[in-house]
Design a protein. Structure first.
Length: 395
């Protein structure tokens, strides 16, 4: 097996030579980069970075080469990601195609589905969104009501999805639909791939309290979908759905770890600015303790992310990904709660004079963090999963 450390040195050298210089040092987080899709428009530097990464399959470095991936081992993939973080290089391509539906198709898709859908994901030609939650089926996801009725070689789909991230910018949606209402609710669900340009599909943004709007409602009215778009077996989509959620929660935990990197220095600077200091020592002892505790928790979370990745079998996430999701999302909320506590009245700004851009960003980040313990499975749901599937506790 190739030495991962030697591979990281090789990858770093290659990145320094081939990444457009304007992109080095600009990475902001795991989702910073070009999202692809028919409606996307990368900058010139992003396009060059995508094109050169594709020569090595490094948009999907651990996927099989036959689908356009890099064929790297999980260990090499981790070293490549570490090299990119070290150089602060944004990923050449990001999105739910790479982090959720792509890996799920590798696990459950037919050969025809893999050949059809994976190469366009790798090349950034198709952008995907997730059609899981509904107005009356959030934490109780198996209670979904979107109906798909068989009509020859097609399903006719009617229903509504909600909290669908970036649906208005996406080309395809991987969707859970009810195909059998007469059995136990988990047993009558099918996993279906739907083209967002199909007649009868409509997406509408949901305005959030933070002022941003990544979430949408998706309406499906008499949408015809070929039966060949079923992933797995008809009425057996719950198994596929749960497997994809492991990838999603691992993605969220990893992304939060990246977002929290450098948080300690940011909080220290904020406290020195707003609370005063004595030769660098923050004046408020309680705030010093809170920042130190927060920094230790963030370090523990990053180490746990790394450990779970190293212990995963063949690079696949396990139920332990719920640890990353529940701990990371609550940690992110505590980080922004602490920031607003330190900034005091300056954390109440929304727009206009009297507030810096950083302060206005902090206000919106705090508001946005309130959704972190809900999206991707609530903290309560994650704790139940951990109790049952990791700790083996009785119901």
């Amino acid at each position: 097996m190739p030495d991962p450390t030697a591979f990281r040195a090789e990858a770093t050298a290659w990145l320094r030579e081939h990444v457009p210089p304007a992109l080095i040092g600009t990475r902001k987080g795991a989702f910073d980069g070009y999202w692809g899709g028919r409606r996307g428009a990368p900058s010139d530097d992003q396009r060059r970075w995508l094109e050169v990464a594709l020569t090595r399959g490094w948009t999907a470095p651990t996927w099989p080469k036959e689908y356009g991936g890099g064929g790297l081992t999980p260990a090499q993939g981790r070293e490549l990601r570490a090299a990119m973080r070290e150089l602060s290089v944004p990923s050449p391509l990001v999105g739910f195609g790479l982090t959720m539906i792509g890996p799920t198709l590798l696990d459950y898709g037919t050969d025809a589905q893999k050949a059809t859908y994976l190469p366009p994901i790798v090349r950034g030609e198709i952008r995907w969104c997730q059609g899981y939650s509904e107005p009356d089926a959030g934490s109780d996801l198996a209670g979904l009501k979107t109906r798909a009725i068989r009509d020859g070689d097609s399903f006719v789909v009617n229903g509504q999805k909600v909290w669908t991230s970036y649906a208005d910018a996406s080309d395809w949606i991987f969707c859970l639909v009810r195909t059998n209402p007469d059995v136990k609710k988990q047993a009558g669900i099918t996993f279906l791939l739907i083209d967002m340009e199909s007649p009868g599909v409509a997406a509408r943004r949901i305005q959030l309290i933070s002022g941003a709007s990544p979430f949408c409602e998706v309406f499906l009215e008499d949408v015809r979908v070929p039966v060949s778009h079923v992933v797995g077996e008809i009425d057996a989509g719950w198994t596929v759905a749960k497997a994809l959620l492991l990838y999603e929660r691992s993605m969220i935990g990893d992304a939060i770890a990246g977002q929290l990197a450098g948080a300690e220095a940011s909080l220290v600077g904020l406290a020195r600015e707003h609370l005063g200091h004595d030769d660098g020592r923050i004046a408020d002892a309680a705030v010093r303790e809170a920042i130190a505790r927060n920094a230790m928790d963030e370090t523990a979370h990053r180490l746990t992310v790394a450990r779970v990745a190293q212990e995963s079998t063949a690079g696949k996430p396990s139920a332990a990904s719920s640890v990353l999701k529940v701990a990371g999302s609550e940690l992110k909320q505590r980080r922004w709660n602490l920031a607003t506590r330190i900034a005091g009245p300056q954390a109440l700004g929304w727009e206009g004079p009297g507030f810096s851009e950083d302060e206005l960003t902090m206000t919106r980040s705090w508001l946005r963090s309130l959704a972190n313990t809900i999206e991707g499975g609530t903290s309560e749901v994650q704790l139940n999963i951990l109790a049952k599937r990791v700790l083996g506790l009785p119901k």
